[in-house]
Design a protein around this ligand. Structure first.
Ligand code: GLU
Length: 448
């Protein structure tokens, strides 16, 4: 039988990285087995579901690079793929359960319209074999009869999921381990209807470094997919990173691609212990994937981020590519370009106290004035010209005043960029051009 996996997110807010992780693992296991992937929107809790969240979920899954064979956006033979559109079928399954005596109308309920409860076995044990964790046993005496249809006729999660998983021919249910306790209920439904059981794979939830559930309040950052996107993480990096949270590829390889998933994303390589979210590792991967881009392509990714921070940029494509070349080694995320390139936009950042101190050094005015004089004589200031001017200045101040290179260059750097550190000065000067260099040098002389 063709393996069929699904991801079944509930669209109850902005998508979370934990949801992507579960979807990715379901997708990976399916693809490695050559199976199909079905996207189903689990929206039984109508009060908490919103249409825009469904679209946001689909976008987030696509952004990560996942694909599926059937789903609400592409259709398929087992649709509809939105649970709230399958209510008639859920009602029919509830009727069947009632008919077989596996469910009953709860007359003791205090509501006017009575809910339907599933009749759970009252003695013995329910055992199921989780493909990742092995055998899990529940004492039936501890399992109360759950409501499967509310008094108003709306189905609850257990009923809807069991029915949809069956109807869609799902062979493998991959989901977070917070759903383990619902498995005996779903098993009871499958058994009552003589449906074949799927294989269950319950994945451990990702923890933060305090070993707690990921929380919006973690100081390292949020965990919404939008948080990663807005911070300038690349989808390739997050894809790679999330795969490593619970999967051990061959040879402790850390850079993994879709092809590695196809070849070796098997259950025996998955870990049943909870992975810890490690920002350092994600950052390392993001840098790795940033480095793969050419200057031109990286400039294309950076442009909207700089425009957002500094307004529309009336600059040539060539200038932006040069700026990208100059700052790219500093970037961990795309968003870092905002700080790294701050000096390239007007007004430049003001120097902090340490910077002011450098500008107040005894020789600083002479250095800046000499540079102004030299710049005034050039027609076009490019990086090569800037480099030869700076070399001349260094030589002159070494011979005449015994100043080392740092003492000569630091006041210039502070005057031009407001910073004590940054990319090579001649590249900065080439990017700023003659007039902006002159303006900034003059301004810092005035403000001393
Ligand atoms: N809809 C559930 C969720 O959003 C998934 C339940 C399941 O996979 O069975 O986490």
């Amino acid at each position: 039988m063709m393996p069929r996996f699904r991801f079944a997110p509930s669209p109850t807010g902005s998508p979370h990285v934990g949801t992507l992780h579960t979807a990715l693992f379901s997708w990976g296991l399916a693809r490695a087995l050559g199976g199909d992937v079905i996207l189903r929107i689990d929206d039984t809790d109508a009060s908490r579901n919103r249409a825009e969240d469904v679209q946001a979920m689909i976008d987030a899954l696509h952004w990560l690079g996942l694909d599926w064979d059937e789903g609400p956006d592409i259709g398929g033979d087992c649709g509809p793929y939105v649970q709230s559109h399958r209510r008639e079928r859920h009602a029919a399954v509830a009727a069947l359960l009632l008919e077989r005596g596996a469910a009953y109308v709860d007359d003791s309920a205090e509501t006017r319209q009575k809910p339907i409860r599933l009749r759970m076995p009252s003695e013995g044990v329910t055992i199921f074999d989780d493909a990742l964790r092995g055998s899990i046993t529940f004492d039936n005496a501890n399992l109360p009869d759950p409501i499967i249809v509310r008094g108003d006729g709306s189905p609850l999660y257990h009923l809807a999921n069991a029915a949809d998983d069956h109807d869609m021919g799902i062979t493998h249910v991959v989901r977070g381990d917070d759903w383990i306790s619902s498995t005996p209920i779903q098993i009871a439904i499958f058994r009552a209807l003589d449906w074949p059981l799927p294989v269950w794979v319950h994945l451990p939830l990702i923890l933060n470094k305090e070993r707690r559930k990921l929380s919006k309040r973690d100081p390292e950052g949020g965990y919404l997919v939008d948080d990663f996107r807005n911070a300038g993480y690349l989808p390739q990096a997050l894809f790679n990173y999330l795969l490593l949270l619970g999967w051990s590829p061959d040879g402790e390889q850390e850079i993994v691609s879709k092809w590695d998933v196809y070849k070796q994303f098997t259950i025996d390589r998955l870990s049943a212990s909870a992975p810890i979210f490690d920002w350092g590792k994600l950052n390392w991967l993001n840098r790795h994937y940033l480095r793969q881009y050419s200057d031109e392509d990286l400039a294309g990714l950076i442009r909207p981020i700089l425009e957002e921070a500094y307004g529309a940029m009336p600059v040539s494509a060539e200038w932006l590519v040069q700026l990208t070349r100059t700052i790219r080694d500093e970037l961990v995320t795309l968003q870092d370009a905002v700080d790294s390139a701050e000096w390239a936009f007007d007004p430049p950042p003001l120097p902090n106290d340490a910077g002011q101190l450098e500008l107040a050094a005894p020789h600083a005015p002479a250095i800046l004035m000499q540079l102004i004089a030299e710049l005034a004589a050039v027609v076009i200031l490019d990086a090569a010209t800037a480099s030869s001017i700076l070399n001349g200045l260094r030589r002159q101040f070494r011979q005449q005043h015994d100043l080392n290179a740092r003492a000569v260059l630091i006041p210039i750097r502070v005057a031009l960029t407001g910073k004590l550190e940054g990319p090579p000065l001649h590249e900065i000067m080439g990017l700023l051009g003659k007039q902006r260099c002159l303006d900034r040098l003059a301004a810092s002389l005035r403000h001393r």
